[in-house]
Every structure is written in structure tokens, then in C-alpha cells.
Design a protein around this ligand. Structure first.
Ligand code: DC
Length: 217
């Protein structure tokens, strides 16, 4: 591919964004960037270092001293692979909370824009089509019903051996949806020019084929 291609995939938790984005990245042989994992990595580091959500000075110092990168499907926080530490319910909550803080968003949006500067990427998150790449070549807004999204997240957590109930997962998801869509700074919303894809009754392969078809690829 000669031209740099930026594909934005936004939507609420558990809609299938990362599975879809990973599959499309593989198909097109471009990089996949999981921006939710970046907010999770910051949340993880805050808990590790004991930096409170209200300690903006301490948080800024921490952010100034934080490196986040992706390589071969792994997320690196300050040089360490943290994939396995950032998917717990505790980190989900911390990621949602810290993603409402302006200095966290600024740091991560800058980084994300740099990541898509010189190479083709498919990025998933909440504000990719609205803030990170408002001029992305393609924008998708992926949704599914709250029950279906909670069911998917529940199965994922159970497969990882975590001790959770479906009701707990559904409650957490509703809380995060509420936080993510009502926060003051760049709340989750569909970009006006994004194409909405409802995955409630669609399998992953059908969604990937549909999205690639929409892009004419
Ligand atoms: O996609 P995820 O569940 O891994 O995201 C974790 C949290 O980070 C979620 O509560 C929303 C937030 N987030 C965000 O505010 N902006 C993004 N681009 C990606 C995630």
C-alpha cells in the first residue's frame, strides 16, 4: 500500500472493536493499535505507584516519565509487557476513571497521533474518529446491545479463569458506558461521518467481511 491509511473504530466496551480491528489489520497487513490498552496501562501504573486520581501534579510527573509502545501484539509499559495485568475489573474501572482526566487524554492522544503519522494503522477506542484522526480515511462506529456486550466480556473473563458473575459484568459495563459517554472531556460519541455497524447478531467473520466490503478492500 503506498498511501497511508488510517482506519478509526470507535464504540462502547465489548462491542467487538478489538477483535474486528485485529482481524482487519491482519487482512490488510497494517498495524493495529488498541488505545483502550493505553488507558489501561496508565491506570495500572497509577495503582502500582499509588498515584491518586485527584493528584494531578503527581499524575503529570508520572505521565512525563511513562513510555507506551506496541510491538507484535504486545503492549509495553516502560519496556515491560503488561498484556496480562491490564484486563482485570479493577483496571477496567481505573482506566475508565483516568480516561476522564485531561492530562491523561492529552498524553495518549499525542502518542496515538504520532503512531499513525508515518504508517497505516487501524486504531480502536472511543475518540479515534472524532479527536485522534478526524480526517481518517475510514471511520466505523461499532455497537451491540448491552446484554450481548456483557455476555462477550463475561465469557472472555471466565475463559481467563476470573471469578465473576454475569450480573457483575453487566453492572460494570453499564457503569463504564455511563462514565465514558457522560464525561466532560471528549465523551464517547459517533463521529458524524462514521459508518455504524451493529454486531449484536453478527459473527466476527461476517463483520470483518462487511467492513472490508464497505472500504472496497
Ligand atoms: O476499550 P477498553 O475497554 O479497553 O477501554 C478502557 C477504558 O479506556 C474505557 O473505560 C474507555 C477508555 N478509553 C477512552 O476513553 N478513549 C479511548 N480512545 C480508548 C479507551
Amino acid at each position: 500500500m503506498d498511501k497511508i491509511l488510517r482506519i478509526a473504530v470507535d464504540g462502547p466496551s465489548g462491542a467487538g472493536k478489538s477483535t474486528i480491528a485485529k482481524a482487519v489489520a491482519k487482512k490488510l497487513n497494517i498495524d493495529y493499535i488498541d488505545t483502550g490498552a493505553m488507558y489501561r496501562a496508565v491506570g495500572y501504573k497509577m495503582l502500582q505507584k499509588g498515584v491518586a486520581l485527584t493528584d494531578i501534579e503527581g499524575l503529570q510527573a508520572m505521565l512525563d516519565d511513562t513510555e507506551i509502545d506496541f510491538s507484535q501484539g504486545n503492549i509495553y509499559l516502560d519496556g515491560e509487557i503488561v498484556n496480562d495485568y491490564i484486563r482485570t475489573p479493577e483496571i477496567s474501572k481505573q482506566a475508565s476513571d483516568c480516561s476522564a482526566i485531561g492530562i491523561v487524554r492529552k498524553k495518549l492522544v499525542d502518542l496515538q497521533q504520532k503512531m499513525g503519522e508515518s504508517k497505516s494503522v487501524i486504531m480502536d477506542g472511543r475518540d479515534i474518529g472524532t479527536v485522534v484522526f478526524p480526517d481518517a480515511e475510514f471511520k466505523f462506529y461499532v455497537t451491540a446491545s448491552a446484554e450481548e456486550r456483557a455476555r462477550r466480556r463475561y465469557e472472555e473473563l471466565i475463559a481467563k479463569g476470573q471469578d465473576v458473575t454475569f450480573e457483575q459484568v453487566l453492572t460494570d459495563l453499564n457503569t463504564r458506558d455511563h462514565n465514558d459517554s457522560t464525561r466532560e472531556i471528549t465523551p464517547l460519541r459517533k463521529a458524524d461521518d462514521a459508518i455504524e455497524v451493529d454486531t449484536t447478531d453478527m459473527g466476527i467473520e461476517a463483520v470483518v467481511a462487511h467492513i472490508c466490503g464497505l472500504m472496497g478492500l
